[in-house]
Ligand binder design. Structure first.
Ligand code: ADP
Ligand code: ADP
Length: 228
């Protein structure tokens, strides 16, 4: 579980205009925060800074009150789900989901790994597919595997970077429902980047709107989209 606080976060690539410009945001423990805005407004950059895949130029990133700017990704205990799934093609579904547990060397017995992967697979209806390779799965199943890998290791927070944008409309609807259900069940703090207004309206406790790296507003979907 985690409270994530961004204080005056700035990201400059080289000496250009800041990709993220003085963003401050308080994400409560268990909150589902949506990040929207036009292409190039800094959504991915912000997410990558939170997970630790991108250096923060200035400002403070606090997780449960601790400044984590200088912590390596592996020490932040956050799980990120990418748009392109980023599955390992040569590994089975089981081993793809187990991967984060195997990275944490010596911390999980084989029995524990099996238990955790089985539980995640059940939640995501992947039990029948555990021995298959990603190339033999549908887009929706691949996305489920990517989510399985994210939820398998008791992360403090989930970070989603447009996870559904490669799926067709019908699957997108199904997966949206599943993500909502999973997040409620696990109660894990979530930051979710999307272009899709339906996702923003239905999934989020709050929606943060970025434009040219600047936070324009942050409000509940009601306040944001039900305006007269
Ligand atoms: P979004 O996810 O909202 O589409 P990004 O975070 O990908 O936006 O990009 C924000 C800005 O930062 C854009 O102007 C983009 O061109 C720039 N940018 C992103 N990644 C890099 C990089 N690795 N090097 C230089 N500029 C980058
Ligand atoms: P390196 O250059 O050190 O190989 P990587 O980007 O491969 O850097 O990642 C290093 C560490 O970051 C890994 O040990 C992994 O735990 C963590 N990491 C990488 N991608 C993610 C992600 N999507 N979500 C959470 N942690 C990640």
């Amino acid at each position: 579980m985690a409270e994530i606080v961004l204080k005056h976060i700035v990201k400059k690539y080289g000496d250009g205009f800041p990709a993220v410009n003085d963003v401050s945001l308080d994400i409560a423990d268990g909150e589902f925060m949506i990040l929207v805005g036009p292409s190039g407004c800094g959504k991915s950059t912000l997410l990558r800074m939170v997970v630790g895949l991108e250096d923060i130029t200035s400002g403070d990133l606090l997780i449960n009150g601790n400044r984590v700017n200088d912590l390596a990704p592996r020490d932040r205990n956050l799980s990120m789900v990418f748009q392109n799934y980023a599955l390992y093609p040569h590994l089975t579904v089981f081993e793809n989901i187990a991967f984060p547990l195997r990275l944490a060397k010596g911390q999980h017995s084989e029995e524990e790994v099996r238990d955790k992967v089985t539980t995640a697979a059940e939640m995501l209806e992947l039990t029948e597919h555990l021995e298959r390779k990603p190339s033999n799965l549908s887009g929706g199943q691949r996305q489920r595997v990517a989510m399985g890998r994210a939820i398998v290791r008791d992360a403090d927070a989930f970070l989603f970077d447009e996870p559904l944008s490669n799926l067709d409309a019908k699957l997108r609807g199904q997966m949206r429902t599943e993500i909502a259900r999973m997040q409620r069940r696990l109660g894990v703090t979530t930051i979710y980047v999307t272009h899709d207004q339906i996702e923003a309206m239905t999934l989020g406790d709050r929606v943060a709107v970025l434009k040219k790296g600047v936070l324009q507003q942050c409000a509940s979907p009601r306040e944001l989209y039900d305006q007269p």
